[in-house]
Design a protein around this ligand. Structure first.
Ligand code: UDP
Length: 236
């Protein structure tokens, strides 16, 4: 598969066209951003670690019947993916309260939630990704119908159940995560983007140590050692 011109550069990945119009190549970068790129950094090798983590998690989810955009991983930092129209809704699923949820609603950090909480955020950096309710999503034509929103919620919960169990078996607590979806040429909703410690919160179940991007967000040290630890555990 030939890598052709750059189609789009995001905060953590570059997307390239290929010689097949239905396929793209997603290249993982070493860049780290927080607060919508208000804070920036680079850790050499982070992209390759996240590419491996995301490959393992997308493969796992595929084995459990979740349709994803991943076709195959080409090398350390490049994945061949199906071209989709990205739905401009970030689907966040939470098991434990932290981050923006504690700030917005005053829930004590670390509170175990009574059920997996699914939230929608508008994928728009200029607006700082504001929270959305179902009616905002329909009003703004972010999805075709109410049933698409129900499908996004169901997919979020199913992905959470699969990943939560997988991480627990590796002594990691899946605190929360963000996923993105896209629509393929046949109208199927596919899991897209990536799932990595850039987009999930993972706490060690024994020490409560953070093994995710909060290390960078909160200036707690290098993320690479933590991400490598996550990779080692999930490859077991
Ligand atoms: N998240 C993400 N991208 C975003 C916003 C959030 O990947 O643009 C992830 C984040 O890593 C966490 C979850 O979504 O796992 C919930 O984030 P939260 O709403 O608490 O926002 P934050 O505190 O990260 O600003």
């Amino acid at each position: 598969m030939e890598k052709r011109e750059l189609l789009y550069e995001g905060k953590a990945k570059r997307l390239y066209k290929t010689d097949d119009s239905s396929l793209l190549i997603s290249e993982y970068k070493d860049d780290l951003t927080a607060g919508n790129a208000a804070k920036k950094g680079i850790e050499k090798g982070k992209g390759a670690i996240n590419c491996k983590i995301s490959t393992r998690l997308f493969t796992l989810l595929g084995e459990h019947g979740i349709k994803t955009h991943l076709v195959k991983t080409i090398d350390d930092t490049n994945q061949l993916i199906k071209k989709v129209d990205i739905i401009l809704i970030e689907v966040v699923v939470r098991n434990i309260a932290t981050g923006s949820l504690t700030k917005r609603l005053g829930i004590k950090d670390g509170t175990v939630l009574p059920f997996a909480l699914v939230e929608f955020y508008y994928k728009d950096d200029a607006l700082n990704d504001p929270i959305l309710n179902d009616e905002h999503c329909i009003m703004m034509d972010l999805v075709k119908s109410e049933s698409d929103l129900e499908e996004l919620k169901r997919l979020g919960r199913d992905i959470n159940s699969i990943l939560k169990k997988f991480f627990e078996e590796r002594r990691l607590n899946l605190v929360d995560f963000k996923v993105e979806f896209g629509v393929d040429s046949e109208g199927n909703i596919l899991l897209a983007d990536e799932i990595s410690p850039d987009s999930c919160r993972l706490w060690d179940m024994d020490t409560n140590e953070k093994l995710d991007k909060d290390l960078f967000r909160q200036n707690l040290g290098s993320v690479k050692v933590a991400y490598k630890e996550v990779l080692n555990r999930i490859l077991k």
